[in-house]
Each structure stands twice: as C-alpha cells, then as structure tokens.
Design a protein around this ligand. Structure first.
Ligand code: ADP
Ligand SMILES: O=P(O)(O)O[C@H]1O[C@H](CO)[C@@H](O[C@H]2O[C@H](CO)[C@@H](O)[C@H](O)[C@H]2O)[C@H](O)[C@H]1O
Length: 436
C-alpha cells in the first residue's frame, strides 16, 4: 500500500548540507507543496519547501528498500520508507525528463517541450553534471541537460525567458523544454547538451598555470578570449534586437550601485575603510558619465558560465545573480555588466592561483598580473570589434560595474566560500585605488 506524502523527514538537517542552500542553518522548514510525479514502488514528489532563506525546490524519491548506490542521497526515514534526493536516482530523473518529452501535467506542475521541439523519446543514461552550483544539472542520454532550479521565485526564471529569445543563437545551447509550477513559477528547464566543452574557468586556470610554470600550453587562450568577446557581443545584439533597448538613466544606476554598496557595508566590515572612495566611484562619477543604452543582459557572466566546444564559445545560465529577486534581474541593464563580469572572472583566475599556491613569489605576482592584463585586453578587443562599443569612452562606468561585481562577490563569498573572500576584497582595494 502506498500512502500520500505530506512531509519530508530529515529535511531540516539535510538542506544546510547542500551546496545550493545559502546558509549553514535551515531554521524552520515547512513543506508548502507536494506534487507527485511518479507512483509505484519508486515514488517521486516535487516538494516546495519554505525556509527563512526562501522557497526551495526539492524533488524527493521514496522507497521501502533503497539500492546501495543511493545511500548518500538519503534525506530521512519515516514509516519504514526512505525519503531521498530524487535527482540522485536515474529512474526518477528519467521520469522527469519523460514528462517534459510527453508534455505531461501532474497536479499544478506542467512539463512542456518547447514549441517545435521533439525530445528524444528514450532518455538514455543519466549522469550528474558533476558540478554543484546554485542549481542541480543532470546530463540525460548525452544529448540533453535537465536543469533543476533550487530557489523557487514567483514568476518566470530569466534563464528560461532569455534562452527562449536566444533559441537561434549560435552561442547558446538550444532550449528544449521547461517545468513550471502553477503556470508561473519556473522549476526547471531542458536544454541541449554541449558535448566535449571545456569550461572557460578550467581553460583559463590551466593557461595561467602554464604561464607561472613556463610549461607549453595546448590552447592559445588570449586568441580564444578575443573570440569569447565576439560571442558575448553577438548575444547582447540578439537580446537587444529581440527585447529592445533604451537610454540608461544615470541617476537610477548610481542609486542602484549605492544601495548595493550599503548592503555590502552591512555584511562585510572589511569593506568599510573604502566606503568613501566607493561612493565616489559608484555614485558621483556614474551620475556624470556616459552609460549608453540598457537592455536585457546575462547578468552573472563569469568563466564558469562559458564553454568552448568545436571551436566556438557558448554562454550558459542566463539566470542572473541567483540571490537577487526576479524583478531585479529582469530589469534592463548595461551590457557593460557582463563585460565587467568577465573582467572580474579573469582576475579571479589569478586570485585563485594566489590563494591556493603553497609559495607565491614576486615573480609569480608579476607574471599573473601580466596574464590578467593581456587576457582582459584580448576579451575587450573581441567585444569592441563585434559590438562597435567605444570601451575607452565607457571606462568610468565599466570600472563602476567591476566594483559593483566585486562587491557582489564579497557578499557571495561571505555567504558561500569564506576562504575565497580575499579575492574580491583585493579587487575592491585595487579598483578604488585606480590600478587594475
Ligand atoms: N548545456 C550544457 N552543456 C554542457 N555543459 C553544461 C550545460 N549547461 C551547464 N553545463 C555545465 O554545468 C555547469 C553549471 O551549469 P549552470 O547552468 O551554470 O548551473 P548553475 O545555475 O547551477 O550555476 C556549467 O558551468 C557547465 O560546466
Ligand atoms: O552559481 P553561478 O554559476 O550562477 O554563480 C555564482 O557562483 C560563482 C562561483 O561558482 C560566482 O563566481 C565567482 O567565482 C568564480 C570562480 O569560481 C569567478 O570566475 C567569478 O568571477 C566570481 O564572480 C558567481 O559570482 C555566483 O553568482
């Protein structure tokens, strides 16, 4: 006999152990919604749980006997049944994928393929993407990616909305389907899998490693970064054409930067000595600078969001900053936000080497600074050549966006990876000082 699932045992302890959960304490956990998606000896439900940190999406599997391979996925046990992370179970992931392929509906959850898309009927082998970031992604059959959003915001996730707009882009994986709650809230999407892709972060880390050790490199990364700049500019052009653009409101932009600065000063006392300089860079100077047009952008572009495959770069994850409310992320912004994101990420590559090296010499410092300078210049040159944007004229605002991103990184690292905090803190210090 199977009983209806009303709660999930052990969630309170399990949630804080997940990489995508933003705190080490889950306070009170309430299971708000339970939508069954698989019945029989292996049951599956989509649970939406509310915590002090927001609403989260937790697909849960339930079995009387758990195969040994799922032992690490256990959430808790109740009434002789084990509740576990359904995304660790290929059988339940396949069920979710099949529901999208077949345009299924279970309760208030709609699984839909995109218009004109025929998803392969047989899901095939399921494997975790192997990287746990803000969400959880599974590779299905070597052809598709099932991306399960963990934070449930009211409304359409920008990753879904922008993927849809960019369906013909050469530089973005094709959107294949979606999972939606109550006709509005995005729970997941299916997109094409980019086979054999090398992540920009790994490629760049390896390239700086070669520079530091003087060993030969496989890839001309500086040339590649020029092509990445072209890809980012082409995606911006597509987004601008499809969704429009408008002149920027300088005052509003400066106010937004200053609000985010105030939030950072609250949570990161180490930034306080730079408060006055930061206010000048983010407020006064932005009010009188050339900002250009605003439009929809990626919003959280970094080297972990780009893959190089078959001689081409693709951009992933159009979700924007995962902790910001959807309304904020859907606000038109300057494409310079994405340009600045990539500049910050190239600096992070050096920061991470510095942070993890057992010994860091003056020569290592000199070489890594050169590397960051050359890499950033190559990316900017590629971007400028494709977009026609005069980046020299935009220098003040570009610096403000780099600072805004570094402050976001301070908040992100403080919440998720405190060991990495020195990387953005150093950038704040250097960017307000005027050196790069
Ligand atoms: N379509 C795809 N094809 C191949 N790899 C992908 C694809 N989508 C994501 N990835 C890999 O998974 C990682 C995480 O994906 P992402 O969408 O950025 O998730 P998150 O929102 O959790 O950060 C990426 O950095 C990339 O390495
Ligand atoms: O999970 P997402 O990929 O949506 O992005 C979040 O996590 C990123 C870290 O994985 C974080 O990026 C920061 O670290 C990167 C190196 O790991 C670095 O390349 C980025 O420049 C730096 O911002 C990102 O900010 C955050 O939103």
């Amino acid at each position: 006999m199977t009983t209806a699932i009303t709660g999930v045992p052990g969630l309170q302890e399990w949630l804080p152990r997940q990489r995508w959960f933003p705190a080490d304490d889950a306070d009170e956990v309430t299971v708000q919604r339970v939508e069954p998606f698989a019945a029989g000896p292996v049951r599956g439900v989509i649970a939406v749980v509310a915590t002090a940190h927001g609403r989260f999406h937790v697909p849960v599997g339930v079995r009387a006997d758990l195969p040994a391979g799922l032992a690490d996925a256990v959430i808790g046990t109740a009434a002789g049944e084990v509740h576990y992370d359904a995304l660790a179970d290929p059988e339940l992931v396949t069920r979710l994928y099949d529901l999208v392929a077949q345009a299924g509906t279970t309760g208030a959850v709609a699984f839909r393929p995109e218009l004109g898309v025929d998803l392969p009927e047989r899901a095939g082998e399921v494997r975790p993407m192997g990287v746990e970031q803000s969400n959880t992604s599974l590779v299905v059959g070597g052809h598709s990616v099932l991306k399960v959003f963990r934070r449930v915001w009211p409304g359409e996730n920008p990753d879904l909305a922008l993927h849809r707009v960019l369906r013909d882009s050469l530089y973005v994986p094709r959107l294949l389907g979606s999972i939606t709650l109550d006709g509005t809230d995005t729970l997941g999407l299916v997109e094409s899998y980019v086979d054999g892709g090398i992540e920009g972060w790994e490629a760049a880390r390896a390239d700086l490693g070669h520079t530091l050790t003087g060993t030969p490199r496989e890839l001309d990364l500086v040339g590649e970064l020029g092509r990445l700049g072209v890809a980012v500019a082409a995606v911006h052009a597509d987004l601008g054409r499809a969704l429009g653009s408008a002149p920027a409101d300088h005052e509003a932009l400066a106010d937004r930067f200053l609000t985010r600065l105030a939030e950072t000063l609250e949570v990161a006392p180490t930034v306080r000595p730079y408060a006055a300089a930061l206010r000048a860079c983010l407020g006064d100077r932005v009010r009188t600078a050339a900002v250009g047009e605003v439009q929809r952008v990626h919003g959280d572009l970094h080297l972990g969001q780009v893959l190089r495959s078959n001689g081409r770069w693709v951009l992933l994850d159009f979700e924007g900053e995962p902790s910001a409310p959807l309304a904020e992320r859907a606000r038109p912004d300057s494409p310079l936000r994405d340009v600045a994101g990539m500049l910050r990420s190239l600096d992070y590559v050096a920061g991470h080497h510095r942070l993890t090296a057992t010994y860091w010499s003056v020569e290592d410092e000199r070489r890594s600074r050169h590397w960051v300078h050359d890499a950033q210049r190559a990316f900017l040159a590629g971007y400028a050549s494709e977009s026609g944007v005069d980046l020299a004229a935009a220098a003040t605002v570009l610096r403000a966006y780099q600072l805004d991103k570094a402050l976001y990184e301070v908040r992100y690292e403080a919440a998720n990876r405190p060991d990495w905090l020195p990387v953005p803190l150093r950038a704040v210090r250097e960017l307000v000082g005027g050196s790069s």
